[in-house]
Ligand binder design. Sequence first.
Ligand SMILES: NC(=O)C1=CN([C@@H]2O[C@H](COP(=O)(O)OP(=O)(O)OC[C@H]3O[C@@H](n4cnc5c(N)ncnc54)[C@H](OP(=O)(O)O)[C@@H]3O)[C@@H](O)[C@H]2O)[C@@H](O)CC1
Ligand SMILES: Nc1ncnc2c1ncn2[C@@H]1O[C@H](COP(=O)(O)OP(=O)(O)OP(=O)(O)O)[C@@H](O)[C@H]1O
Ligand SMILES: [Mg+2]
Length: 329
Amino acid sequence: MAVGSGCAAVWGCRRVLKRAFSLHNAHSVKGMEDALQLVRNIVPPLTAKKHKGQDGRVGVVGGCREYTGAPYFAAISALKVGADLSHVFCTQEAAPVIKAYSPELIVHPVLDSPDAVHDVGKWLPRLHALVVGPGLGRDDVLLSNVKDILEASKARGIPIVIDADGLWLIAQQPALIQGYQKAVLTPNHVEFSRLSEAVLGDPLDGQDRRGAVLRLSQALGNVTVVQKGERDVISDGKQVLECSQEGSGRRCGGQGDLLSGSLGVLVHWALQAGPERTDGFSPLLVAAFGACTLTRQCSHQAFQKHGRSTTTTDMIAEVGPAFSRLFET
Ligand SMILES: NC(=O)C1=CN([C@@H]2O[C@H](COP(=O)(O)OP(=O)(O)OC[C@H]3O[C@@H](n4cnc5c(N)ncnc54)[C@H](OP(=O)(O)O)[C@@H]3O)[C@@H](O)[C@H]2O)[C@@H](O)CC1
Ligand SMILES: Nc1ncnc2c1ncn2[C@@H]1O[C@H](COP(=O)(O)OP(=O)(O)OP(=O)(O)O)[C@@H](O)[C@H]1O
Ligand SMILES: [Mg+2]
């Protein structure tokens, strides 16, 4: 189907999706295809009329002594999906390392400075989305700075994707994100259990993943939650969507970072496109479905070439071809 298909197709899409959601069966081939069409609807056209920055300025908050790969994976994925500029806000020590991975990233060595909140805050007016947590670590000073950065971002209405150690912070202080409907949380299995325990007093119910994700989202005031796993389960507290796009059996580290970085751009595109383009469904739900599908398709394509030696770098090399295949057909 083409990008921006006509009304009839969109209404048909809505009908099918409604049914798919209510049956919790959106991973059926038809449901997947219709959900993919909604993602296609939010992808901005590439035209000569735009200036640099319009298709997305994304900031990644993370990167410390131990972890430099994760923020790099997230930030470069945002660029490869189609953001124009990608910033990393990390510690002083991590910055030269991340810069050395890529000349394409703008790297700010500010996260452990006494003026961290001010130093990041002055960039916030220019950012369309923030991805908080990849490679952040759990140092108390950093987490305290990130708490204030989150507050400042919320005050500006900036969409926020929270992943990895950002989710550790949310599990300590769920109030930080409570009711902020421009937030998406992307927990893996362990992170989801931790959040569920903190917010609902109940670790993951392995039998009913959809119900567990729905309940967590509702308890957080309709913050969108993406529980990654064999299937990805996504909910905004009203609807539940599943992504079962074929991925691969490789579970190398960094795949979640690719997902959260991609989601940073897609959230911006979805909110910019508005609910008409997502046929009334939550733009964040559609963006999350897009990021999950893309990540798994990258994994699938990379695995076909590299098999067991597949790493996240191989997956990032597939972002362009996977994106075209899924969303530019
Ligand atoms: N190259 C880099 O710089 C990368 C850096 N990264 C950064 O690392 C930081 C910490 O991230 P994280 O909390 O994800 O810690 P991680 O040690 O992966 O997991 C903790 C333990 O949980 C378990 N476990 C995990 N998944 C599970 C599952 N599905 N089902 C069941 N158990 C599961 C497993 O426990 P085990 O099996 O060892 O008992 C595992 O040891 C964070 O900043 C992140 O961004 C990563 O992004 C990767 C690339
Ligand atoms: N059992 C599985 N089968 C297929 N795909 C999976 C499975 N588990 C996770 N994935 C996929 O791998 C990607 C990353 O999910 P994962 O749970 O590994 O995140 P993570 O632990 O946060 O990763 P990271 O190492 O980046 O921190 C997602 O696209 C998810 O759909
Ligand atoms: Mg992770």
